[in-house]
Design a protein around this ligand. Structure first.
Ligand code: NAD
Length: 335
């Protein structure tokens, strides 16, 4: 397929803000969705098998997220109190326009939960799964009412700040569902990236896992500490990636002739056996080395304190990306 042909399927539908968003599974990711939806002006109803813990977590996440969301700009109708938690799934999803499933990453559990959501939701409601890598065809397999409205909507932590959401349809997902999903996630202030073909791990997690595997090998082989590896990303490649990603960054590495020269010069090095595609065994020793490394880096700062610092940074960083790519409208092939 030529590049121009692939570019054809890029029109992005206009944003539509869902009125009510249901969150099913209110852990790290579910709470992140709740905060994002509130900032976009939606009403949020959350469901979790542990209602009390969910209530506590949603409240904490909103407290953490709201200063950054205010700085990013709230919808005129945004109300940080417009949410409740229920222990009745039908109550959570029955009147929702968009339902986001965020239960633990186990195929069987997700299949059961999605089938129950499908049975209790309005027939026109959309059902997105936050799965990090399970194929949507598997996820929708037990849905009997309207599996065509079930798809993957894979976000990134913190969901309330990072705009990317990968949309992946399964064998039964309709094209209209993916169109409406693009409009609704844009309504939540996101950048939907429609993954053309259903693959495990989608696009972003495949990239992140490749880096993660190599980083674990470097720790396992005693080449570097977790801190040194993080420094290699933070002060080098990471800064460039946040503006230009991998390909456009390498286009510039080729000098005036861009990517063509870059491939001539560095292409042969790809054949050198630098990287190990197979993951290292997670031995007790490797686990301890990685955990101790991260605790040393955290230097007594709590996860919550680090989250607050990360959020403030991401808020400024997003403004910078927008400043440097003012022409960007959607993920339509250009940054
Ligand atoms: P988590 O463990 O923090 O939260 C899971 C929540 O689901 C818990 O609150 C738990 O009580 C609840 N739960 C368990 N069984 C349930 C059921 N039957 N019905 C309703 N709620 C139930 O997990 P998480 O990190 O929020 O991950 C959730 C999903 O999001 C996973 O599919 C994961 O792969 C995906 N995801 C995670 C990240 C991340 O960085 N953590 C990023 C993107 C996607």
């Amino acid at each position: 397929m030529s590049y121009a042909t692939m570019q054809d399927n890029t029109a992005t539908p206009p944003a539509v803000v869902p009125k009510r968003v249901a969150i099913v599974g209110s852990g790290v990711i579910g709470c992140g969705w709740a905060a994002r939806a509130l900032a976009a002006g939606c009403e949020v109803v959350a469901f979790d098998t542990d209602k009390a813990a969910a209530e506590r977590r949603v409240a904490i996440t909103i407290d953490t997220a709201w200063p950054s969301l205010e700085k990013r700009g709230l919808a005129p109708t945004a109300d940080r109190h417009n949410w409740r938690v229920t222990d009745d799934l039908a109550d959570a999803v029955g009147e929702a326009d968009l339902i986001q499933e965020n239960v633990p990453e186990r195929t069987e559990l997700k299949q059961q939960v999605l089938a129950a959501i499908d049975a209790a939701a309005r027939p026109d409601a959309l059902i997105g799964s936050s799965t990090s890598g399970i194929k949507p065809t598997e996820l929708q397999a037990q849905c009997t009412v309207a599996p065509k409205r079930v798809f993957v909507a894979h976000p990134f932590n913190p969901v309330y700040l990072l705009p990317l959401v990968e949309l992946v349809g399964g064998a039964q997902t309709s094209a209209a569902t993916i169109d409406t999903a693009q409009a609704m996630y844009r309504g939540l202030g996101m950048r939907p990236l429609v993954v053309r073909r259903e693959i495990e791990g989608f696009i972003a997690d495949r990239l992140m896992e490749a880096l993660w595997r190599e980083a674990l090998h470097l720790v396992n082989d005693g080449v570097a500490t977790t801190e040194e590896i993080d420094a290699a990303v933070v002060y080098g490649a990471g800064l460039r990636w946040s503006l230009m990603g991998t390909f456009l960054t390498f286009h510039l590495a080729g000098g005036e002739d861009g990517m063509r020269h870059m491939l001539e010069q560095f292409g042969p090095a790809l054949k050198l056996p630098w990287t190990k595609l197979k993951a290292p065994e997670l031995t007790d020793e490797l686990i301890e080395r990685v955990v101790e490394g991260c605790e040393h880096q955290a230097a007594g700062r709590s996860v919550n304190a680090l989250e607050a610092r990360r959020d403030a940074f991401l808020t400024d960083m997003l403004a910078l990306v927008e400043q440097y790519w003012p022409e960007a409208e959607g993920l339509d092939g250009r940054i």
